[in-house]
Design a protein around this ligand. Structure first.
Ligand SMILES: [Zn+2]
Length: 111
């Protein structure tokens, strides 16, 4: 089934609210590309909004969970990476075949 190019965002819902809703509703972690299609914004804008969501979540009982990007060449995982954007090249084997990071939001977690 083809994905519509610009998914409808609910009226009076901001991009970040839409992102948060998709991340909470997702049954499996989502890539930035998938999120860009779901919310109807450019791929490169997603990382910026995710960074902001992560900072503001300290006020809520929610956590943005990041499954790290992984090199498809050697399996290296970008665990220590602080930025959320997809890395361009593996530091171990120099491969550019990188499986992008995936995101979801876990709510109501007791910490
Ligand atoms: Zn590698």
């Amino acid at each position: 089934m083809p994905v519509p190019p610009t998914a409808p965002r609910r009226a009076n819902e901001t991009v970040r609210e839409a992102l948060r809703r998709e991340l909470l509703a997702a049954t499996a972690p989502l890539t930035a590309l998938e999120l860009s299609g779901l919310v109807g914004i450019a791929h490169r804008q997603v990382d910026e909004h995710l960074e902001h969501l992560r900072r503001t979540q300290q006020h809520r009982d929610e956590e943005l969970v990041v499954e790290p990007a992984r090199c498809l060449g050697c399996g290296f995982e970008f665990r220590a990476r602080d930025r959320l954007a997809r890395p361009s090249r593996c530091p171990e084997c120099r491969s550019e075949r990188i499986d992008p990071p995936r995101f979801r939001i876990v709510a109501g977690r007791s910490r």
